[in-house]
Design a protein around this ligand. Structure first.
Ligand SMILES: [Zn+2]
Length: 534
C-alpha cells in the first residue's frame, strides 16, 4: 500500500497529506471493493491531480513489454535521444528517437511528432497509450499522436548505472557496463572488401564472463577494468557476446577493481576421460587416489598448493589447486568450476578460489591400481593420459635400445660420454628398451625401464653389457631383441605424454598377451568342433 500512497503523493505534488491518501485508498479498496489502479485514479482526480501521471499498478516495466502491443504505459530514463526531421506524406515533421531503460531492460523509442524540446538525456519520461513494433526481435516503442508523454523527473545529476553482465539480454543496443578484460587478441578480417583489424577476447565482471569483439582499436589490455558505453549484444550458439562498435565509448577505470571475475563458459559436468585442454567451468566428481600439500612463496606470501591424482570410472587425471582443501586419499570429491590446462599434452584438472570443492554424496569406487584402457587414436585425440593401458603389437625396436649411460646428477642419457647440462661425467650403466607399438588405430613410442626391459627380453644389464662389448655395437643387441619381440602383442600401462614426434608411453607395467584375434580363433575352432560333433 505504501508505494501506492507514495505514487499518488508525488502526482499530487505533496498537496495532500500521505495519511489522508492512505485513508482514502483503504476506503475505496476495503469498503467500495474497487481495484487499486481504479481507486488511485479516482482519488487523484478527486484532489485535482492528473490520473495519467500515476505509475505504479498502471505501467509495465520495460522487461515485461513485448512486440505488437496496442496500448503501452511505461516510463524510463532516456539513455540518449536524437531529434530528426523527416518528410512524411509530403509534410516535414520532427521526430525524436532514442533509448529508454529501467532496471529490467532497455527499449528504443520514437516519438513521431516531436514539436517541443523537453526531452533530454537522463530525464525520466512517462509514456501513455504508446504501441510497440518489432526490430531485431526486440520490441520498439512508438509514440503516436494518440499517445501522451511527459517528463516526470528532469535529470539533475543523473548518472546512468552500469549493468551487470548477467543482466544483459541478447540484441540490446547501447549497453553500459563495466568489466575486466580477461584476454584480448587482434585479428585482421575482411569486411566489405576492406581489411580491418578487430580486437577480441573475454570480458567479465563478478556475475558473468563473455566473449567480446571490439570493431575499433580502443587500446584494450589484459587485466584493465573498463567502462563501456554504447556496446551492443548478440547471441551466438546460445552464448551472449558483446560488441564494442566504432561509436562506443571505452573508458579505463583506474580506481575500480573487479577482484573475482566469474568463470567463462556454461557450467558442464564432465567425466575424467572427457577432459580436454582449454575447458572451463567444469564439474568433475572423482576419488582422490593421492594428494600432497606444498607451501609455495607467491609475492612474499605463503600459499598452499594441493596436487594429486583423481580417478573416476573412466580414467585418472592429475589435479592442482590453489586453495584450502581438507580432503584426503580415498575421499570422493566434487570440484565445481574447475578448468583444464595441459602439460605435455596431458589434460590436468585445476581449481582455484572461484571453484568449489565438496565431499560428493555418492562414493566412487575405483580400485587403487586400476588403469583405464585406451585405443591409441583416443590417446592421440586427447593428447595423452595418466595411467593408461593399451594392448598393441610391437612393430619396431628403436635405436637407443640396449646399454646406455646416464648422468649421475640428472639421470639424462649421455651422448659420447657427455651430459647436455653437466658436460663430461662418469656415466651410470642402464638398460632400456624403446618400442613402437601399434594397435590398429594408431601407434606410439613405448619406453621400458631396466626392470621391464630385463623381464621382456630375458637379458640382464650385465648380459647386455657383455654382448655390447663382444660385438662393439648396439646393433646386434637391437637385432637380437627384435627377433624375440617383434610382432608380439603386449599390454602396456603407464603415463602417456605427447611431443612434436607423437605419443610417448612410460611403462609401469609391460607384459606379453595372446592377441585377442588368436583367442577368438581358438574359441571359434572349439565351437566348430562341437557343432560338428567331433
Ligand atoms: Zn646431467
Amino acid at each position: 500500500m505504501k508505494k501506492h500512497v507514495e505514487d499518488m503523493y508525488s502526482v499530487l505534488g505533496g498537496k495532500v497529506e500521505r495519511e489522508a491518501l492512505e485513508k482514502e485508498l483503504n476506503l475505496f479498496v476495503g469498503q467500495y471493493k474497487v481495484s487499486i489502479p481504479s481507486a488511485k485514479r479516482s482519488i487523484v482526480k478527486k484532489f485535482g491531480g492528473d490520473p495519467d501521471a500515476l505509475s505504479i499498478g498502471v505501467e509495465k516495466s520495460i522487461g515485461e513489454i513485448s512486440a505488437g502491443e496496442g496500448s503501452v504505459d511505461v516510463s524510463g530514463r532516456v539513455v540518449f535521444a536524437t531529434p530528426r526531421e523527416i518528410t512524411a506524406s509530403g509534410e516535414k515533421k520532427r521526430i525524436l528517437s532514442g533509448l529508454i531503460e529501467d532496471s529490467t531492460g532497455s527499449m528504443s523509442f520514437t516519438i513521431w511528432d516531436y514539436a517541443s524540446d523537453d526531452v533530454s538525456r537522463g530525464d525520466l519520461i512517462a509514456f501513455r497509450n504508446a504501441y510497440t513494433t518489432s526490430y531485431r526481435e526486440k520490441p520498439q516503442l512508438n509514440v503516436s499522436s494518440k499517445s501522451r508523454f511527459w517528463v516526470r523527473e528532469k535529470a539533475s545529476d543523473w548518472k546512468r548505472e552500469a549493468k551487470k553482465i548477467k543482466d544483459i539480454q541478447p540484441n540490446e543496443s547501447n549497453v553500459l557496463f563495466e568489466g575486466k578484460i580477461i584476454s584480448v587478441a587482434a585479428r585482421t578480417i575482411n569486411s566489405k572488401g576492406e581489411e580491418k583489424e578487430i580486437h577480441y577476447g573475454l570480458v567479465g565482471d563478478e556475475t558473468k564472463t563473455v566473449r567480446f569483439t571490439a570493431w575499433k582499436d580502443f587500446g584494450l589490455d589484459k587485466g584493465s577494468v573498463v567502462r563501456v558505453e554504447g556496446a551492443y549484444s548478440r547471441e551466438r550458439n546460445g552464448e551472449l557476446q558483446l560488441n564494442f562498435s566504432e561509436k562506443s565509448v571505452v573508458e579505463k577505470l583506474v580506481d575500480r577493481e573487479i577482484g573475482s571475475v566469474a568463470r567463462f563458459g556454461v557450467p558442464r559436468v564432465c567425466k575424467v576421460s572427457e577432459l580436454r585442454e582449454g575447458m572451463g567451468n567444469l564439474t568433475v566428481t572423482g576419488r582422490i587416489v593421492s594428494v600432497s600439500r606444498k607451501e609455495i612463496e607467491v609475492q612474499g606470501q605463503t600459499k598452499s598448493m594441493f596436487s594429486g591424482v583423481l580417478a573416476d570410472e573412466t580414467g585418472k587425471v592429475s589435479f592442482t589447486g590453489w586453495r584450502d582443501f581438507e580432503f584426503k586419499e580415498g575421499d570422493t570429491i566434487r570440484i565445481t568450476g574447475g578448468y583444464v590446462r595441459s602439460w605435455k599434452g596431458v589434460p590436468q584438472l585445476k581449481f582455484d578460489d572461484k571453484s568449489e570443492v565438496t565431499l560428493a554424496e555418492k562414493e566412487i569406487k575405483v580400485t587403487a591400481g586400476s588403469s583405464s584402457i585406451y585405443a591409441i587414436d583416443a590417446l592421440e585425440e586427447r593428447g595423452g593420459a595418466m595411467d593408461a593401458s593399451v594392448t598393441a603389437t610391437i612393430i619396431e625396436v628403436r635405436q637407443g635400445t640396449g646399454l646406455i649411460f646416464r648422468c649421475p646428477q640428472c639421470k639424462r642419457t649421455l651422448k659420447l660420454g657427455e651430459c647436455r647440462t653437466h658436460g663430461p661425467v662418469d656415466g651410470i650403466a642402464d638398460f632400456r628398451v624403446r618400442l613402437v607399438v601399434d594397435d590398429g588405430t594408431g601407434s606410439l613410442f613405448a619406453n621400458l625401464n631396466r626392470e621391464l626391459s630385463e623381464t621382456i627380453t630375458g637379458y640382464t644389464l650385465e648380459s647386455v653389457r657383455k654382448r655390447t662389448e663382444q660385438t662393439l655395437s648396439q646393433e646386434t643387441v637391437v637385432a637380437e631383441i627384435s627377433s624375440k619381440v617383434l610382432f608380439r602383442t603386449m599390454r602396456l600401462t603407464g603415463n602417456v605424454f605427447s611431443d612434436d614426434f607423437g605419443l610417448n608411453l612410460f611403462a609401469s607395467t609391460a607384459e606379453f598377451v595372446v592377441p585377442e584375434v588368436k583367442q577368438r580363433a581358438v574359441v571359434l575352432f572349439q565351437e566348430a568342433i562341437q557343432t560338428l560333433g567331433m
